[in-house]
Design a binder for this molecule. Structure first.
Ligand SMILES: Cc1cc2nc3c(=O)[nH]c(=O)nc-3n(C[C@H](O)[C@H](O)[C@H](O)COP(=O)(O)OP(=O)(O)OC[C@H]3O[C@@H](n4cnc5c(N)ncnc54)[C@H](O)[C@@H]3O)c2cc1C
Length: 593
């Protein structure tokens, strides 16, 4: 895989850098050198990215060994040529066969189904994502406790039949004028497979960021890719609200690496508790599992954990089960807010009957290392955590699962805040504006969440204030689309769910395949209902379109049926019921690796 990534990389960079060199050379020829230099040292205006054209161009020739030319730009290109002898864009271009290139950023519920449904005879489809697979998120909670194997919640982007081209990298920047995106390779990135909670460069100062960027550029770890159509579906990060210690010590549940970490830690807690030298007080604390967030993810994880404890752990560690406890916290007065009151009550009653403590209207203040009130000598080798809840005593726990909502992907803010140059051909105006060409346009975003605003054909919207400050001009980009959790449709309140992301992907694929992005053909969300597993072979279903609400075992059968049928590959449709049966017959696999 890394060979492919590199081999795609070089030509792209070289081509792009050459184009940029060319465009700057033309300007150089036309204008004065000082004007060009001024431009080069200005931050790039079409992005709040940490990089700037200045950074790209003003490399000191002395920094580049064996430089023989007088222009730093030419040297930069030469440097790239020297370092990337085995990489080539021709591969991607050769197989294009006159097709338009659709670049999809992200391989989640928006990007992956879109890549599968686009007509590959018509489009060359390239996914850029740090994750080489798609995650079927509704099954993550089951995989984290061993009800299902991790494999069953994944679909690899590359497979023997796939025609989609893939580059394992982070989209770092977008140049709307030249229709290129800048990619940072991610093959060896330690963040992949895990939930992200903040900017990857957080904590670094600008000098360090610039230095690292130059190094990456020189080493070919940063390169450009041209697109004809761009689909942004980079999803969201996990929200921590800046709560002290959460990023460092909590577990999240957003990707398969998170599920693996949770399973490992759970079993670790039981093994630590099983040591003959562990005191009962420590056992009570490290077998206490706290879940923060009473949305469907927090509830489903609590339910799956309860199933694991009371069907398998109770037989495997009979002497320890008396110490095990689950507590779920939420800052709001109720859990499962998106469900009807009757279903909420059904779920909370079921939880309390089973001994899962639901603590609402609680604010978590901190998550710290170490168990409260336990001598550090006694704790040695049995690491635990302290959960500090407002107005409550410190609580010793073995693990905290944090699931309190979404935070906008920092890429959206960094790469898409403002537009440096106005791309006239690429814009469709709502009406004709006199000052359009001189106005400062921005990507339209939600003021509160920061997500990208699109129209109901999923095209990214841009706006610019009128020069007199009275209102704003509106337009949308012809070839740039946004779907999934990182976007919303103007004047709508569709939830950030897989259902919405998947329907948008479907609609966009059909529309692009049929060249039908005009007239009355617009995206409409079709609410198919929501459901949540609440443990002990029971679920709740809030139906839509005349289908009533359901709860209990019938709802659980429906929950299983729906997710099985929605699974993408036949491989997983076969594997999932097999694991359900195996675990029912022989118990969950609790090996720790
Ligand atoms: C545990 C869990 C259970 C859920 N259950 C349900 C459910 O039952 N029903 C439901 O409707 N919804 C559910 N959801 C919500 C659903 O998963 C999300 O709404 C959905 O994943 C959003 O799809 P997306 O494509 O926008 O983002 P994601 O699926 O998160 O995908 C984002 C992709 O972008 C990539 N990416 C990130 N940054 C960059 C970058 N800079 N450049 C390139 N790529 C990038 C990521 O690696 C990833 O591949 C669940 C979510 C979780 C976490």
């Amino acid at each position: 895989m890394s060979v492919f990534v590199s081999s795609t990389g070089r030509g792209l960079v070289n081509k792009s850098i050459r184009e940029q060199v060319l465009s700057f050379s033309v300007e150089h020829a036309r204008g004065s050198r000082s004007a060009v230099l001024h431009r080069q040292s200005q931050p790039r205006e079409d992005s709040h990215s940490r990089r700037s054209y200045g950074t790209l161009k003003i490399l000191d020739p002395k920094e580049i060994p064996n430089a023989h030319t007088s222009s730093p730009w030419t040297m930069q290109v030469q440097q790239c040529d020297q370092r990337r002898t085995n990489v080539n864009i021709a591969d991607l271009d050769k197989t294009r066969d006159g097709r338009e290139r659709v670049v999809i950023l992200g391989s989640g519920w928006g990007g992956y189904p879109l890549s599968k449904k686009l007509d590959h005879k018509k489009y060359q489809v390239v996914i850029v994502s740090p994750r080489s697979y798609f995650v079927f998120t509704p099954l993550l909670a089951s995989t984290s406790v061993g009800t299902l194997e991790f494999r069953t919640a994944l679909e690899p982007i590359r497979n023997r039949r796939s025609k989609t081209r893939y580059i394992q990298g982070w989209a770092d920047d977008v140049d709307l004028y030249n229709k290129t995106i800048t990619i940072e390779e991610a093959v060896a990135d330690p963040h992949q497979g895990l939930a992200l909670t903040g900017d990857r460069d957080e904590g670094k100062d600008q000098v360090q960021i610039d230095y690292e960027m130059r190094t990456k550029l020189r080493k070919g770890r940063l390169f450009d890719l041209r697109y004809d159509k761009l689909v942004i579906s980079v999803g969201s990060y996990s929200q921590t609200f800046g709560t002290t210690g959460v990023r460092e010590h909590a577990n999240f549940l957003k990707d398969v690496g998170d599920a693996r970490k949770i399973r490992k830690r759970l079993l670790e807690c039981f093994e630590m508790a099983a040591l003959p030298t562990t005191t009962d007080e420590v056992r009570r604390q490290i077998l206490h599992f706290a879940i923060v967030g009473g949305g469907p993810t927090g509830i489903e994880f609590s339910a799956e954990l309860h199933d694991l404890l009371h069907t398998d752990m109770t037989k495997i560690y009979p002497e320890l089960i008396q110490f095990a406890k689950i507590t779920l916290y939420d800052v709001s007065p109720k859990v499962l807010n998106m469900f009807d009151a009757g279903l909420q009550e059904y779920a909370t009653d079921a939880f309390s009957r089973r001994g899962i403590d639901i603590k609402t209207s609680r604010r978590i203040m901190e998550l710290a290392n170490g168990l409260p009130g336990v001598d550090p000598e006694v704790q040695a080798g049995r690491p635990g955590l302290t959960l500090k809840v407002k107005d409550e005593e410190d609580l010793g726990i073995g693990m905290c699962i944090w699931s309190t909502g979404l935070m906008m992907n920092p890429f959206i803010h960094k790469a898409l805040s403002a537009i440096r140059r106005f791309p006239p051909k690429e814009v469709i105006f709502k009406e004709s504006y006199q000052d359009a060409e001189v106005a400062q346009w921005h990507i339209a975003r939600d003021a509160k969440t920061g997500s990208i605003m699109t129209n109901d054909r999923l095209r990214v919207m841009i706006d610019a204030p009128y020069p007199n400050g009275d209102g704003s001009m509106k337009a949308h980009l012809r070839d740039v689309f946004a779907i999934g959790d990182c976007s919303f449709i103007q004047n709508t309140m569709y939830p950030a769910t897989a259902q919405v992301a998947n329907q948008k992907a479907d609609w966009l694929a059909k529309s692009l395949n049929a060249n039908d992005l005009h007239g009355d053909h617009r995206f409409r969300y079709n609410n198919l209902g929501i459901m949540a597993y609440i443990g002990n072979a029971k679920a709740i279903v809030m139906g839509a379109k005349g289908v009533g609400n359901m709860s209990g075992t019938t709802a659980w059968l429906m929950w299983r049926g729906v997710y099985l049928s929605k699974s993408i590959s036949w491989r997983n449709r076969i594997l999932i019921p097999m694991y359900w049966f195996l675990n029912w017959a022989f118990g969950r696999d609790i090996s720790r690796f």
